[in-house]
Design a protein around this ligand. Structure first.
Ligand code: KDG
Ligand code: MG
Length: 412
């Protein structure tokens, strides 16, 4: 079975998405997500200009060989652009193989290891009251695990909370939860780690008092702390029994996690901006984390992320795949098939896409009682409506960035 057509589809229904669509001489269509939030067109060019010409005529069944060929023949290995492009090819080929076999993809990955995937959603609020409302809303939608982010007194805007401007501009739509704002330049946000460290434990204390000890709670530090600050936060959150503390220190420095680990038993998750197994080598071997945050979309696809997770399983480290709205429905479906099949599944992040996105990408996953299931359609179970996609041209959007009070740029 040969690949005889490859298209890179860019669409912006509620936000930008890049999708690779492969077609074979036997009429099978495969989809892969190549969305890199805020830098989308770099991956479009990588695919269109450098990868698509190499795919035409290749045997669609040889997934591992195609992965190794794209990775090694480029010479310039790794990095988010390269690995998102390879991921899109990989997932599209898995989609095709599963369609050719007439099976949902998870069957080809070893079959289901569980009946569904526990998923967590994002509750947030500028104040504790707003946060409580948001937690209740998520519980009403069925969520059984919830990420908690709040405003910090003295700071105008903060990661994980819709800014006033974005919220007002997008009232009624779900776009307000997305930090990347449409426009010609990134929004500037402010940051103060000491205020944050004072405030966060009081928020978790209030949430535990209100919602009790059972509800799994998560928190994202978004790479903003030094190792000793992260250690302090982990320790101060221990009484509130977090499911995990995510990205407590910048992802580039794996050694930072050693110090954090020495000081706290709060479980640690990291990796949404990692791309390869080599980014994880040390932190898995030294057991410095508890959850792998990589998305299929940004880590070389199912073929590569499965290797990361198999390696992690030797150390009782579990999956916690990235699933904000910048992972397209295609990327989310890939995560669900992988998560259903592996033994060391931990939890899946799940934010609902907007209505226009759901019309553009027809999906067959189910969401019931706080659990996701990819469905039983052959392949990934997602169809891209090309006419619908064509209605929404690309719109420039940037993730925000941070400055401290004295004007210094800080990690966002
Ligand atoms: O594109 C960046 C977002 O995906 C990221 O900021 C979301 O940190 C995130 C998360 O945990 O979902
Ligand atoms: Mg995160």
């Amino acid at each position: 079975m040969r690949i005889d057509r490859a298209d890179v589809v860019v669409t912006s229904p509620d936000r930008n998405f890049v999708t690779l669509r492969l077609e074979t001489d036997e009429g099978h269509i495969g989809l892969g997500d190549a969305t890199l939030n805020g830098r989308e067109l770099a991956v479009v060019s990588y695919l269109r200009d450098h990868v698509v010409p190499l795919l035409l005529g290749r045997d669609a069944h040889n997934i591992e060989d195609t992965w190794q060929f794209l990775y090694r023949s480029a010479y310039w290995r790794r990095g988010p652009v390269t690995m998102a492009a390879i991921a899109a090819v990989d997932v599209a080929l898995w989609d095709i193989k599963a369609k050719a076999a007439g099976m949902p993809l998870y069957q080809l990955l070893g079959g289901a290891s569980r009946t569904g995937l526990l998923a967590y959603g994002h509750a947030s609020g500028k104040s504790t009251e707003e946060l409580f409302d948001s937690v209740r809303k998520h519980q009403a939608e069925g969520y059984k695990a919830i990420r908690i982010q709040t405003g910090v007194p003295g700071l105008k805007s903060i990661y994980g909370i819709a800014s006033n401007a974005t919220f007002e501009a997008n009232k009624g739509s779900r776009y307000d939860h997305e930090p990347a704002q449409r426009g010609a330049s990134p929004a500037e946000e402010d940051w103060d780690t000491r205020s944050y460290l004072r405030h966060v434990p009081t928020v978790f204390e209030a949430v535990r008092n209100e919602f009790g000890p059972e509800l799994p709670l998560l928190h994202d530090g978004h790479h903003r702390m030094t190792p000793i600050q992260a250690a302090k936060l982990g320790k101060s959150l221990e009484p509130y029994d977090l499911f995990w503390l995510e990205d407590c220190t910048p992802a580039e420095n794996p050694e930072a996690l050693r110090l954090v680990r020495q000081h706290t038993t709060t479980p640690l998750a990291i990796g949404e901006i990692f791309n390869t197994v080599w980014d994880y080598q040390q932190i898995i071997r030294e057991q410095l984390i508890d959850y792998v945050r990589s998305a299929v979309t940004h880590t070389g696809g199912i073929t590569h992320l499965r290797k990361v997770l198999d390696y992690a399983s030797q150390y009782q480290i579990k999956s916690g795949m990235h699933g904000p709205t910048d992972i397209s429905p295609v990327g989310m479906a890939a995560a669900m098939h992988l998560g259903l099949s592996i033994h060391n599944f931990g939890i899946q992040e799940y934010m609902k896409h907007g209505a226009k996105t759901d019309q553009t990408f027809r999906q067959s996953f189910t969401w019931q009682d706080g659990m996701l299931h990819p469905g039983t359609q052959p392949g990934l179970g997602v169809e891209l409506d090309i006419d619908e996609a064509g209605k929404y041209p690309y719109q420039q959007a940037y993730l925000p960035y941070n400055r401290l009070a004295d004007g210094t740029v800080h990690d966002w």
